[in-house]
Ligand binder design. Structure first.
Ligand SMILES: Nc1ncnc2c1ncn2[C@@H]1O[C@H](COP(=O)(O)OP(=O)(O)OP(=O)(O)O)[C@@H](O)[C@H]1O
Length: 261
């Protein structure tokens, strides 16, 4: 079967230091300070072309790390990621250079995604029309609100027309009008048979939009399958989890993190 994205035993870890000086020591004395924190551990899954995958899980479970790996923003420490086609990431805080204007960001992202100057010129009016941020297009992105950044990021990514769209919480800061337009655009992509990864804490949106669900729990795949099954099980887990005290939740987290996969 033709697959668009395949992860095999992917692990991503970050070094954590107790003191800033430990980070410097590490640089000079060969990585002996600090401890590894595993954002993802032994993650495997295979997505066919045209699948719409909802990625769900608690805060800090590894969803954004996964979206960065799918879109090639970061590389795994172990394991293999195979991504067939161009992947564009839409995230609230990623992909835009805040020192540049909106217009300059369109050019930059276009070049990064391999578009020619002519192609970039062609998409600029479409991005301006979709983003609807008016004269702010000529202002540095650092002056934008979160919603405006999301509008620009979304408008650029969908107009670049990638094979794979990775949407990381970008809809959560849009106003209802913009969110509706994004969902319409995502549906268009869905009908065209593109592959979409959709990260959201809104189980309603995920159920409505996705075909598959990938539940990430403290860095590991807890469940991968039909969206309604995965969302039902995650919902049941949340009902139980919400009844725990903060101390019990912390114990649960510690236990999950120390368990070997
Ligand atoms: N650059 C980094 N350096 C150190 N730790 C990181 C880094 N990026 C992510 N992490 C850690 O990896 C874990 C997973 O983070 P990630 O952002 O992927 O979670 P998430 O599921 O997207 O969370 P949320 O729902 O809050 O957005 C967290 O414990 C986070 O602190």
């Amino acid at each position: 079967m033709e697959y668009k994205v395949k992860f095999t035993n992917v692990t991503k870890k970050f070094k954590m230091y107790n003191k800033p000086t430990d980070r410097i020591k590490d640089l000079f004395f060969g990585g002996k300070s600090g401890e590894y924190h595993y954002a993802l551990r032994n993650v495997s899954f295979e997505i066919e072309k045209g699948e719409i995958v909802g990625i769900i899980g608690l805060n800090g479970s590894g969803k954004s790390t996964l979206s960065n790996l799918i879109s090639g923003v970061t590389l795994p420490n172990e394991g293999e990621t195979e991504v067939n086609g161009t992947a564009a990431l839409i995230a609230i805080a990623a992909g835009l250079d805040i020192r540049l204007t909106g217009l300059e960001n369109i050019e930059l992202k276009g070049l990064m995604m391999g578009l020619t100057k002519k192609e970039i010129k062609e998409i600029i009016p479409k991005v301006i029309e979709f983003a609807e941020i008016g004269k702010f297009m000529n202002q540095p992105v650092k002056t934008y609100s979160s919603g405006m950044k999301s509008r620009l990021g979304f408008a650029i990514s969908v107009n670049i027309d990638p094979d794979i769209l990775v949407i990381d919480e970008a809809l959560s800061v849009g106003d209802p009008t913009f969110t509706k337009r994004c969902l319409d655009k995502m549906n268009e992509f869905k009908e065209e048979g593109k592959t979409i990864f959709f990260i959201s804490h809104s189980l309603g949106q995920v159920r409505d939009f996705c075909t598959k669900g990938l539940w990430i729990h403290y860095g590991k795949v807890k469940e991968f399958g039909e969206i309604n099954d995965v969302a039902d099980h995650y919902q049941e887990f949340l009902t139980h989890y919400n009844k725990l005290t903060p101390a019990e939740r912390e114990k649960d987290r510690e236990l999950a993190l120390t368990q070997e996969s």
